[in-house]
Ligand binder design. Structure first.
Ligand SMILES: NC(=O)c1ccc[n+]([C@@H]2O[C@H](COP(=O)([O-])OP(=O)(O)OC[C@H]3O[C@@H](n4cnc5c(N)ncnc54)[C@H](OP(=O)(O)O)[C@@H]3O)[C@@H](O)[C@H]2O)c1
Length: 344
């Protein structure tokens, strides 16, 4: 017996099931693959199984939820369109069809060029009822860098800066520890944990010798991959970052930001936190490569000029770049401002 998907939508709480599918992806690190969760419900709308894709190379959410069983009058609610191609695992569409699932409710169509509607077409062709576009914003917010990369070809960039209230990121002698207090610094570690990689320029490696690791109590997730934009100078051989298998971009001039952002996904990096010194901050702003700005304003006045947050000369008011502030939070005696960067 065939059920039209609209009847299924009446019988089950789709939003609740989609949120359970999203929640199933907590603690998964599948990049460069997407974070996908799938839930199977029986005819009365009870959840009978849940799966999530944990890591690249491991089974996808749909076959994990199916678990080798066959189903008769069941619905699958899945955050992303099921794949229809052979990668390191077989196509999920075939697993769904073979399991006898008659209804599939999809959060978002997969923007990956290898899928992009073909998974949905294949399911329909096999007589499966499909409904697409449920809690799409929540699904995308659960894995923004995946959608960004598949649509633009670039890694998603968060530019992080910590400055004094009067805009200085380091003193004239290069010292910068610490411009912000403990709470803000702990927040930076959470920010690192939320990204696949952390990028610095060679100037910061030479001045600060940073490790760029996540150091949070109880943290068990992966460490972000260090990335260094190393221009013309040699990196110090004893730099601590070199022990962490960094991706290093060297160039006889300076590495092109756009090239770096299209190359990083080839290393599995879809999101990168740029912990910029002023030179690299400038390069990313000029390349219009900042998707999100996270600015920690330390409760300090430099009281003079050391290293500015963004290098260059502020020659006329018209050259200021407009930002849109999305969030302001107080962290101890510091502020965290989250913004997007607009045009000059
Ligand atoms: N407060 C903060 O949030 C914060 C964060 C990081 C750093 N800092 C401070 O910033 C200071 C270092 O500043 P910085 O400007 O020298 O460091 P930086 O921005 O980290 O590194 C600049 C260097 O990156 C290299 N580079 C590679 N690709 C580039 C590109 N596309 N465009 C431009 N440069 C490129 C160049 O090296 P070559 O010269 O070899 O060509 C350049 O000199 C330190 O005192 C550090 O403490 C502060």
């Amino acid at each position: 017996m065939r059920h039209a998907v609209d009847n299924v939508l009446d019988r089950i709480d789709v939003d609740d099931a989609m949120r359970r599918a999203i929640a199933a992806t907590a603690g998964t690190y599948p990049h460069p693959n997407p974070r996908v969760g799938a839930v199977i419900l029986d005819a009365s709308g009870n959840v009978v199984s849940i799966g999530a894709h944990a890591r690249k190379g491991e089974p996808h959410a749909e076959p994990l939820a199916i678990g080798g069983d066959t189903y008769h009058d069941h619905t699958m609610v899945v955050t992303l369109e099921p794949c229809n191609h052979v990668g390191s695992t077989p196509p999920c569409t075939e697993a769904i069809i073979a399991a006898g699932i008659r209804n599939v409710i999809v959060g978002v169509t997969d923007p990956d060029a290898r899928v992009s509607g073909r998974g949905i077409d294949r399911l329909k062709e096999a007589g499966v009822s499909v409904s697409v576009g449920h809690l799409a914003d929540e699904v995308e917010a659960n894995d923004p860098s995946y959608f960004h990369h598949r649509r633009t070809g670039r890694a998603l960039v968060t530019l992080k800066v910590a400055s004094t209230l009067d805009g200085q990121t380091a003193a004239a002698d290069g010292t910068s520890r610490w411009i912000t207090g403990e709470e803000a610094r702990e927040d930076v570690h959470r920010l690192r944990a939320a990204h696949d990689a952390v990028l610095v320029g060679s100037g910061t490696v030479i001045a600060d010798d940073p490790e760029l690791t996540v150091r949070l109590d109880g943290y068990r997730g992966p460490q972000p991959r260090p990335v260094v934009l190393a221009g013309r100078r040699e990196l110090p051989k004893e730099a601590r970052i070199l022990e962490r298998d960094p991706i290093v971009y060297h160039s006889s001039s300076v590495p092109d930001v756009e090239d770096v952002l299209t190359d990083l996904p080839r290393h599995g990096v879809l999101s990168v936190l740029v912990e910029a010194g002023p030179t690299i901050a400038r390069a990313f702003v000029d390349a219009k490569a900042v998707d999100r700005l996270v600015w920690y304003v330390g409760g300090k006045l430099a009281g003079g000029t050391g290293y500015p947050a963004v290098a260059g000369v502020f020659d006329t008011i018209g050259s200021a770049i407009r930002i849109s502030i999305e969030d302001v939070e107080r962290l101890g005696n510091d502020l965290r401002i989250t913004a997007t960067v607009g045009e000059r």
